[in-house]
Design a protein around this ligand. Sequence first.
Ligand SMILES: O=c1ccn([C@@H]2O[C@H](COP(=O)(O)O)[C@@H](O)[C@H]2O)c(=O)[nH]1
Length: 293
Amino acid sequence: MKGERISFGDRLGAVFAAYGHLCVGIDPHAALLARWGQPDSAEGARELGLRTVEAAAGRVGIVKPQIAFFERHGAAGYAALERVLREARDAGLLVIADVKRGDIGSTVEAYGEAWLRPGSPLEADAMTISAYQGLGSIEPVMSTADAAGKGLFVLAATSNPEAAAIQRAVLQQSSRAGSTVADAITHGVIGWNHGRPDAATRALGSIGVVFGATTDLALAGIDIDGEARRPGLPVLAPGFGHQGAQPRELRARFGAFAGGVIANESRSILEAGPDGLVDAIARRVDEYGAAIA
Ligand SMILES: O=c1ccn([C@@H]2O[C@H](COP(=O)(O)O)[C@@H](O)[C@H]2O)c(=O)[nH]1
C-alpha cells in the first residue's frame, strides 16, 4: 500500500532469511583500538566502525554499535557515531543502537526521537531500552517505533551475572504476581506485539527483548519450551563469543525462541583485527547457519 512502512519485524525476518542470525557488534574498546593500530580517540572509533561496516555489508544483515564506546569521546565521539550509523544503514545493514535508555514516559519519548525518528542524525533501526521504570513508561515509544517501522529491545534477562538478583525477583503484585521480573517483562512485550491489529499477519513482532546467551533462562523464570505464537518474539542475544556462549548451543539455550534470536558477537570478532575481520565474520556466519538449520 502506498506510503505504508515495512515493520521492523518484517525487515528482521527478511534479514534472517538472507544472511542468518549473526549480529556483529561495533564496540571500539581501547584495547581493540590498540590492536587495530588506531588511536584511542573518536577518529580511532570511527575507523574501526567504518571498517567493520565495510566487512559486514553483504556478509551479515545486522550490526550493533555499542554507544558507550563512542560516547566516551564526547561530541567528537558522537560525530564519529553519526557517520558509522549512516554508512551502516546506507550499506543496507539493520542497525541496533545499544543505548539502554529508560526514564519517565515523556523523556523516553525524546530518546525514541533521538535514535529512531526517521531523519534524526542518530537514526538507527532499533534501540535497546530499559523497563526498570515500568513497561508503561516505554509504551509510547513502542507505538511510535512500530509506526515508523522501527524496533525496540527491552532488557529482560541480561547476560551479566549480577543481573540475576533483580531480574529473577518475584513480583508481589500486578497481573503477573508470582512471575519473575524477567518473565513479566517478556510477557508484557509478547502481549504488546500480539495486541497489534495486524498481529496475525506478522511472522515477527517489532518489539523484542534482550536475553543473554549466557543466562539460564529457566532460572530467570522464562519458559523456553512453550509453544511459539505469532508474531514471534525478536530476541537480542549478547553473550556469544567472548562471554562464553557458543553458536552450537543456540537451540538448547533458546528453545522455542530460537527462530527470533539475533546472536551478537563483538570482541570475539573484532579481535581478529582489520585484516582478519572478513574471515572471522564468514566463519561465524557458517557456525550460526549450522546451529539454526
Ligand atoms: O545483556 C547484555 C546486554 C547487552 N550487552 C552488550 O553486548 C555487547 C557484548 O559484547 P561482547 O564483546 O560480545 O561480549 C556489549 O556491547 C554489551 O554492552 C551484553 O553484553 N549483555
